[in-house]
Design a protein around this ligand. Sequence first.
Ligand code: 5RP
Length: 218
Amino acid sequence: MDTGTEREKELAARAAAALIEDGMTVGLGTGSTVAHFVSALAARDLELRCVATSPATETVARDLGLRLEPFGAYSKLARLDIAVDGADQVARGGWVVKGGGGAHTREKIVAAAAERFVVIVSSDKLVDEIAPPIPLELLAFGVVTTVDRLGSTQLRDAQTTPDGGVLADWIGSVDDPAELAALLAATPGVVEHGLFPPDLVSEVLVGRGGEVERIEPS
Ligand code: 5RP
């Protein structure tokens, strides 16, 4: 891994950790940038209740002493104060692509439950236009017909998600992210896609060189 990129991820992660206040409920995303965030957050030693978006994040967070809450049927939490997550692509207009790690369904649920959703990235994640691949989680039942209906979709050589979903990627063109998001959401068998609209994203913290740039999606 390029140490400059790793340093940028760490800077963005630390800036996000500084936003967290004692007593907050916090959604924890998934990935290498979030791993920096979880470490920086744990080091602050605050009283928090956290929800993890993947078993990997849950393990790391628990090992570092963060208090994890269930987010399933017996969860007492319907809303979170803040959620922090990484991304694969961030367009200046605010569209974000997530799911490189296959956790985008849980990540979108957690982002949507949060009052404030903060995306943390290194500068190489900024793009002029959103491009394929766009991660998909598909229901295992009927997956062959779902892929056939979608077209331009490649199944990933990956384990199923913790929720039993099959991971795939849309590899067709992305001329208009909103149009593609609507098409994917309307296709039977698509559990969730990795396009996150600008109105879901409160802010993006970008590590760039030794600085952190803050972008507010329009
Ligand atoms: C996982 C994700 C990740 O947040 C995304 O892939 C970025 O990962 P990283 O911080 O390792 O670059 O969406 O589903």
